[in-house]
Write a protein that binds this ligand. Sequence first.
Ligand code: ADP
Ligand code: ASP
Ligand code: MG
Length: 402
Amino acid sequence: MLIVQKFGGSSVADAAKLRRVAGIIAEAKKAGNDVIVVLSAQGDTTDDLIAKAHEISPEPNRRELDMLMVTGEQISISLCAMALQEMGIPAISLLGWQVRLRTNSEYGSARIRSLDTERIQQELDQGKVVLVAGFQGVNRRGDMTTLGRGGSDTTAVAIAAKMHADLCQIYTDVEGVYTADPRIIPNAKKLDEITYAEMLELASMGAQVLHNRSVELAKRYGVELEVLSSYVRKPGTKVKEVVKTMEETKISGIAKDDKIARLALVGLKDEPGIAFRIFRVLAKEKINVDLILQSIGRDNTKDISFTLAREDLNRAKAALEKAQDAIGYENLTVNDQVSKLSVVGAGMINKSGIAVMLFEALAAAQVNIHMISTSEIKISVLIDSSKAEAAMRAVHRKFFEE
Ligand code: ADP
Ligand code: ASP
Ligand code: MG
C-alpha cells in the first residue's frame, strides 16, 4: 500500500516527540508499505517566526514573510529524516520546490496548481521514506509561498490525491474529530466518521482540526482521510463521502471562530449599486467577507454590515475609508470582539427544529445574537466573544448531552 501520513506541529514539537513520530512511520514502513510523510513546523515555530517578523515590521512584506515561514517545516523534516535513519530506516527530506509543488502567487494563502510526483516516486522506488515539508510551495518565478495557516493538511491531501495513495492519515494531538473542540468542551464525543460536506463546514467555521482546503481537495479527488492521535494508537475519525448514520444524526458538530470581526457602514443611500460599490472595494483588496446583513431601508437610508477575518480588518477599514465619497456612507464602525458559533449537520436539511433548539440554548444562556446565517447543513450566529465559550457549552449540552 501507499500511505501518506501527516503529523502536526505539536506531534513533532521536540526530539522525544519526533522519535515517537518516527516510530509510527517506521511501523508503517516495516509493514511493507511505501510511506510519504508530510510534517508541520515544530510546536509554535510558525507563530514565533511571525512574531519575529513583526518585531521588524508592523505589516511585513508578504513575500518575505513566506520566505521566513517556510523555514519551520524544513527543520522538522530534516530532523525526522535523521530520526528514521537512526532507526535504520532509509529516509530523505524534500522541500516544496524539490517536489515541484507549484502554487499561485498569493503569498500567505497560495493555492496549489500542480505537483510533480517524479522525484517522490524515485525516492520511494529506492526504498526510502519520503518526508515532504508541509504548508509550502513555489510560484511561477520559483519563489517560496505558503498555503495559509494549517496548510500542511492540504499538502498531505494534495500528495495523496496525485500519488493515488491508498490511505491518508492526519495525525494530531486529539483522537479524531469531535462534536466540538475537546479542549473547550470536555464532554465532546469523538465521531467515528463524518462526511466531507460536514467536515468542510466545520473546518471552514473554525474547527481547526483540519485545514478546510484539505477537505475540499479530499472531496474533489475522493481521498478518504483519517484523523487520529499521534499519542494514542487507536482508530480515529474517517472523513468520507457517505457515512452510515447520515440520515439519523441531525447535528454532527459545533464550531467556533474567534478570528473574525464585524464592520458596519451606516447611513448608506437606499438605491441600486450600493452593495456592488462596497464589495468591489474589498474584492480589489482580495478581502473575503462572510456574513452580510443589510438593514431594512428607512428615510431613504440603509446600513450594511458584514464579517471578515480579523487580520483583514485594518486593510478593509482603510480601503473603505478611502472610498467613503465614492460609496457614500455616513459612518463606519468596527467590532473586533465578536465570534461566530455554528452548528453543522447533514441531517438538518428542512429541520426548522434545529434552529429553535439553537436559539433556545442561546436564550437560556443569555447570549445576544447579532447576525444569523444558514445554509443547507449549517446555522451560524454572530455573538460577543466574551460569551462565546459559555454559548458553545450551552449549545453542546442542548444537542449532545440532553
Ligand atoms: P496540528 O498541529 O496537528 O495540525 P491543530 O492544532 O491544527 O493540530 O488541530 C488540532 C486541534 O484542533 C485540537 O487540538 C483541538 O483543540 C482543535 N479542534 C477544534 N475543533 C475540533 C473538533 N471538532 N474536533 C477535534 N479537534 C478540534
Ligand atoms: N506550520 C504551519 C502553521 O502553523 C502549517 C501547519 O501547521 O499546518 O500554520
Ligand atoms: Mg493543523
